[in-house]
Design a protein around this ligand. Structure first.
Ligand SMILES: [Zn+2]
Length: 343
């Protein structure tokens, strides 16, 4: 039996590059993928640390976000062929529940697990995957960029458009503009003609955020961002707040919104608790929207957007064995943009 490399968690906080058996030939409705690159996200940090509530068994191949070449297809597969480049959808959705049928994949009622978190992920040379859970990569998209779509870029696409209904010309506050998703949000919002205010934690990152097109950059270590936002918007506030930092920014985010503004959130990296003044909520007619993952339609739009030139920012590309360095870099917040592992 041929052997392949796999980057596996052996226990909490213990990762190793191991040799394992290559997967069998793909099943009737499956494809076999050669993994080209894997993007790192906070889900990898959680997975690496270990989470008490996550039902899973070690060893577990890491990697929830990937781009791949199709190398073989099962007998029933007509949607892709060997040689096609694809982004695999990370969650093994059922394809038959009401949410799946409506194209709301990330609301599937029968998810069999998220790859790289509950079940073996993509950080291995070859892997099999259901053919219906693939999005084709269009011409002109670099593999390194496509590696940022399944989780990061797709999440931002879904947050800004499906959920917050961001329109050209609106103003948006993007928290942590140097993060993987923050940097993508800046790029997308600028590309459709929005005014972007973003927060960063250092002067070095402020420069990079400006280079990315941010109109106003606030160093949250020096200024209270909500005060600056109110000043910049002549006390009106912004149309949309892009939240993912949670506890540290929640109260300020609510104060940064225009009447009728929308807050969309997909994370709580600084802590999960925040309070909400219900008078403020209804009097200001705020809309607060939780967002998690993205449907496959958002991944396809994300790839088209990258093909049109709105590329993700890559902070660092490591080799497969350097997962630990990548996770450490993600945790230190020195990062500006995405970290990818190339196989
Ligand atoms: Zn389903």
């Amino acid at each position: 039996m041929a052997m392949i490399r796999a980057l596996q968690l052996l226990a909490d906080r213990q990762v190793a590059l191991v040799d394992r058996d290559a997967p069998p030939a793909p099943g009737l409705d499956e494809v076999q993928l050669r993994v080209r690159a894997v993007g790192l996200n906070h889900i990898d940090v959680w997975g690496f640390r270990g989470m008490a509530f996550a039902k899973r068994l070690y060893p577990l191949t890491v990697g929830a976000e990937a781009c791949c070449d199709v190398v073989a297809v099962g007998a029933n597969v007509t949607s892709v062929k060997p040689g096609d480049r694809v982004v695999p959808y990370s969650a093994l959705t059922c394809g038959t529940c009401a949410a799946c049928v409506r194209g709301r994949d990330n609301l599937c009622e029968n998810v069999a697990g998220v790859r790289g978190f509950h079940i073996d992920g993509f950080a291995q040379d070859l892997t099999n995957h259901p053919a219906r859970l693939l999005v084709k990569i269009p011409e002109g998209v670099a593999m390194r960029d496509a590696a940022c779509v399944a989780v990061a870029y797709g999440t931002v696409e879904h947050m800004l458009f499906d959920n917050a209904r961001l329109e050209p010309g609106e103003s948006v506050l993007v928290h942590a503009g140097g993060s993987g998703i923050g940097s993508v949000a800046i790029g997308i919002a600028k590309s459709i003609g929005c005014t972007v205010i973003t927060t960063v934690g250092s002067e070095d990152k402020a420069e990079k955020a400006r280079a990315l097109g941010a109109d106003h950059v606030i160093n949250y270590r020096e200024d209270r961002f909500e005060g600056v936002v109110r000043k910049l918007t002549k006390k009106k506030g912004v149309d949309v707040v892009f939240e993912h930092t949670g506890a540290d920014t929640w109260a300020g985010s609510l104060l940064s919104m225009k009447r009728g503004g929308r807050l969309v959130t997909c994370g709580a990296t600084s802590g999960p608790m925040g309070s909400l003044n219900l008078m403020q909520l209804f009097q200001q007619q705020y809309r607060i929207i939780g967002s998690f993952g993205a449907p496959m339609s958002a991944l396809a739009r994300a790839l088209d957007r990258i093909a049109s030139g709105v590329r993700p920012v890559i902070d660092t590309a490591y080799g497969l064995a350097d997962f630990r360095a990548g996770v450490d870099r993600l945790e230190t917040r020195d990062v500006f943009g995405k970290i990818v592992l190339e196989l």
